[in-house]
Design a protein around this ligand. Structure first.
Ligand code: GLA
Length: 660
C-alpha cells in the first residue's frame, strides 16, 4: 500500500512537468501577419501606445489592434485552450464599438456581440483540443471603424505541445470566369437612360466585338447625331418624353440591335453610375496627365465597352495651404481663389476645361470633387461660401458629375448637427447644379449621416455614400453589403445607395495613401465584391490602378451579364434571406421577371448553400443560369444548391423571363 502510494506520488511528480500546459502569450507570436484596418498591432499596449486598459482595468499582456482585424493561427497537437479578455481600449475615444469573434476550424465559437467604449471586458475561453486553426477577428460594431481600438487582453494559449504558429490565408490562384467576348458585336447599354431636355447630350454606345464596327440608329430624335464609326451620340437632349431608339452595330463577323429608351425628363442616373475614380489608386498624387491616361485606358482596355464611362477626379486637384504636418506637394500649395473668388486648380491641373474636353472627345464623361466645407478632407480648397460660383465654374468647364464630401463642413455647423444642418449644404448645391445648363450627377458623400438614404433624392442627390470609407474595411465587404441592403427601400432609379468604390486589382493602401499594390482580397473575394455590388445595384466605380489592369481584374470588372444585373432598369437592391451565421441569399427582382440570386458564404470555410424556391417566391421547375460563366445550368425543381467557396458568392439568374 505504502509502496503503491509512493509509486503513484512519484509518477505524479514525473508526469507533472511533462503534461502541465505551458502558457504562450498571443503577444509573443509573430504579429506581422495580423491584418488590420488602421495602424499596426501593438504588443502589450494599446493602439494609442498606452497600457492596455478596458473599463479602468489595466492588463500587462495582450495585443492592441484596430477593426477590421484578422489573425490566423495554426495549432499544433497539444493546443488546449485560448483565453483572453476582450474590449475596446479606454484611450480609443468615445464612439469606438467593435465585435470580437473567435473561429476554430472555421466555426464561430465566440462572438462578443457589439462592445462599446467604456464597457467592461468580456472573458473568452475556447477549447482548442483536436483543432487545427484559430482565427481572431475584430469587426466594427456597425457604425464604421472610427475609434475601433480592440484589445485581446491577457490573451494566451495553454499548450502541451508546439507553439501555435501564425499563417496567412491560404493562397488561391486567380481563375477566370468571364467568357472572352466574341468577334461579333454585342451591345451592352442599359435599357433606359435619363437626360434633361435642352441640355448637351453625350453618350458612347458600349459595344464589344472586333473594331472597326459601324453603328446606326433608328428613331434617333432629330436633335441628336450618331457618329457611325465611334458610336458616340452627341447633340441636344430632345423635349421631355420617352424615345425608343433602335441602336445597332455591325462588323464583318455579325450584327446586333437593341432598344435604347432615352427618358428626357428631370431624372438622371436611371441605372447606377459606372466609371473610374482616382482616390484609392492615386490619392494626393493625381495629375491631369494621369486623368487623361485613365480615359485612354477605359477605352483601350474595353471597360468603356461594357459601360464604364465616368472619369472622376477625387480630392487634391485644387490648392492646399502650406502645412508643416501634412506637407503637401509644393506644386499643390497656393491661393485657393483669385481676386474675383474664382477657384484655382493646382499646378498639376493646368487646364480643367481642356481635361473635360479630352475626356468628352472619347465619348466619356468627366467628374470632379469638392467639399461644402472650407476645406476638403485632404485639406484642399472647398466650396464654402462660394457654392454658386463653383457650381457655375464646374458647368462652364464641362463637368458631368460632382462628389460633394462633407469633411470640414463640421467646423461651420453646430456641434449637435441638426438634420437641417446636415441637409442644408447638399440642398443648396443640389439646387445650384440643377440650374446649370448641363446634366451634372450629384453624389453626396457624408458617410450616411442623418439616414441620408431617406432624403438624399429629395434634395437633388443621385447617389449617396451609406457609410465611411471602405478603404479601411476591405475585409468586411460582406458585412458592408448586408448593412447597405438595410437601406434598400429607399433605392430607386435615379437614387442610389453607394457603399463606396470597387477596390480590386492594384489599389493604394488606404493607410496613409500608399502606392498601388495588389489588394489583399483573394480572387474569390474579388469576384464576391463585384457580385455583391451587382446585386445591390450599387454605383460601379473602379478605384484601382488602371495602368496595372491584368487579365484577372478585367475579367472581374467586365462581365456584361454581371453588369446587366447591376444595370437592370428596375433598380432594385437585393433583399437578404439569412440562412445561418455565415450564409445568406441576396435576391434581386429583375425587370424581365426573373431573379438574380447570390448564394453567399461570408464564412472562412467552404459551405453548402441552398436557394429554395420558397425563399425566392417561386415554385415548380425553374431555369437557372450561371451569370459569371454565361451558361444555362438547366431546370431545377424546388431549389438550387451550390458548394460556395470561403468568402464566396455564386451568382445565378433564376426563373422564366417574360418578353420585354
Ligand atoms: C473622404 C471620402 C473619400 C475621399 C477622401 C478624399 O475620406 O470619403 O471617398 O474622397 O475623403 O480626401
Amino acid at each position: 500500500m505504502t509502496i503503491r502510494r509512493s509509486l503513484a506520488l512519484c509518477l505524479a511528480c514525473w508526469a507533472a512537468p511533462l503534461f502541465a500546459a505551458e502558457t504562450v502569450w498571443l503577444d509573443s507570436l509573430d504579429l506581422s501577419t495580423m491584418r488590420q484596418g488602421w495602424g499596426r498591432p501593438q504588443v502589450n499596449r494599446s493602439m494609442r501606445e498606452k497600457p492596455l486598459t478596458i473599463a479602468g482595468t489595466v492588463f500587462a499582456h495582450g495585443v492592441g489592434t484596430h477593426a477590421t482585424s484578422t489573425y490566423r493561427v495554426l495549432l499544433a497537437r497539444g493546443s488546449e485552450r485560448f483565453t483572453a479578455t476582450v474590449g475596446v481600449d479606454d484611450a480609443a475615444g468615445a464612439g469606438g464599438s467593435v465585435v470580437f469573434q473567435v473561429l476554430v476550424d472555421g466555426k464561430r465559437v465566440f462572438n462578443s456581440g457589439v462592445m462599446k467604449h467604456g464597457q467592461p471586458g468580456k472573458p473568452v475561453s475556447v477549447d482548442l483540443r483536436g483543432a487545427t486553426t484559430l482565427i481572431l477577428l475584430v469587426n466594427d460594431g456597425g457604425d464604421g471603424v472610427r475609434n475601433d481600438h480592440g484589445n485581446w487582453a491577457d490573451a494566451q494559449f495553454a499548450v502541451t505541445g508546439a507553439r501555435p504558429k501564425p499563417f496567412v490565408a491560404p493562397k488561391e490562384d486567380p481563375y477566370v470566369l468571364t467568357p472572352e467576348p466574341g468577334p461579333a458585336p454585342r451591345l451592352n447599354f442599359p435599357a433606359v437612360y435619363g437626360a434633361r431636355p435642352g441640355n448637351p447630350f453625350l453618350y458612347r454606345i458600349p459595344a464589344q466585338g472586333t473594331r472597326p464596327m459601324t453603328f446606326s440608329a433608328l428613331n434617333l430624335p432629330s436633335s441628336l447625331r450618331l457618329d457611325p464609326d465611334t458610336g458616340i451620340i452627341t447633340g441636344t437632349t430632345p423635349p421631355a418624353g420617352k424615345y425608343h431608339i433602335q441602336l445597332a452595330a455591325r462588323n464583318p463577323r455579325g450584327g446586333a440591335s437593341r432598344t435604347f429608351t432615352l427618358v428626357s425628363g428631370d431624372t438622371l442616373s436611371l441605372t447606377p453610375q459606372m466609371g473610374w475614380n482616382h482616390w484609392y489608386a492615386h490619392y494626393h498624387r493625381i495629375t491631369d496627365a494621369m486623368m487623361r491616361e485613365a480615359a485612354d485606358i477605359l477605352i483601350r482596355s474595353g471597360m468603356a465597352d461594357v459601360g464604364y464611362d465616368y472619369v472622376n477626379i477625387d480630392d487634391c486637384w485644387m490648392n492646399a495651404e502650406a502645412d508643416a504636418k501634412r506637407k503637401p506637394d509644393p506644386a499643390r500649395v497656393g491661393p485657393f481663389r483669385d481676386a474675383q473668388g474664382r477657384l484655382l486648380p493646382n499646378a498639376h491641373f493646368p487646364d480643367m476645361k481642356g481635361l473635360a474636353d479630352y475626356i468628352h472627345a472619347k465619348g466619356l464623361k468627366a467628374g470632379l470633387y469638392t467639399s461644402p466645407g472650407p476645406k476638403t478632407c485632404a485639406g484642399y480648397a472647398g466650396a464654402w461660401q462660394h457654392e454658386e460660383q463653383d457650381a457655375r465654374l464646374f458647368a462652364e468647364w464641362g463637368y458631368d458629375f460632382l462628389k460633394y464630401d462633407w469633411c470640414s463642413y463640421s467646423t461651420v455647423v453646430s456641434k449637435e448637427r441638426t438634420l437641417d444642418e446636415m441637409q442644408r449644404p447638399y440642398r443648396l448645391m443640389g439646387d445650384l447644379l440643377r440650374r446649370q445648363p448641363r446634366d451634372i450627377v450629384f453624389n453626396l458623400c457624408q458617410y450616411g449621416m442623418g439616414d441620408v438614404w431617406k432624403w438624399g433624392a429629395e434634395i437633388g442627390g443621385h447617389s449617396w455614400r451609406t457609410a465611411g470609407d471602405l478603404g479601411y474595411e476591405l475585409d468586411r465587404i460582406f458585412e458592408v453589403a448586408l448593412k447597405n441592403c438595410e437601406h434598400r427601400a429607399w433605392q430607386k432609379p435615379g437614387a442610389w445607395n453607394d457603399p463606396d468604390y470597387l477596390q480590386i486589382g492594384y489599389i493604394g493602401n488606404a493607410r496613409g495613401g500608399g502606392l498601388p499594390e495588389p489588394c489583399d482580397l483573394s480572387p474569390t473575394e474579388q469576384y464576391s465584391f463585384m457580385s455583391l455590388w451587382a446585386l445591390m445595384a450599387s454605383p460601379l466605380f473602379y478605384s484601382g490602378d488602371l495602368t496595372r489592369l491584368d487579365e484577372f481584374t478585367l475579367n472581374v470588372l467586365c462581365n456584361p451579364e454581371v453588369i446587366g444585373v447591376n444595370q437592370d432598369p428596375l433598380g432594385q437592391c437585393a433583399r437578404v434571406e439569412r440562412l445561418d451565421d455565415d450564409t445568406f441569399l441576396l435576391v434581386k427582382d429583375l425587370a424581365d421577371g426573373s431573379k438574380a440570386v447570390g448564394l453567399c458564404n461570408a464564412g472562412y470555410e467552404a459551405a453548402p448553400v441552398v436557394a429554395s424556391w420558397g425563399k425566392l417566391g417561386l415554385s415548380g421547375a425553374q431555369p437557372v443560369r450561371d451569370v459569371w460563366r454565361h451558361t444555362n445550368l438547366g431546370r431545377f425543381q424546388g431549389e438550387f444548391r451550390a458548394e460556395v467557396k470561403r468568402r464566396g458568392v455564386v451568382l445565378v439568374r433564376v426563373g422564366e423571363t417574360r418578353a420585354p
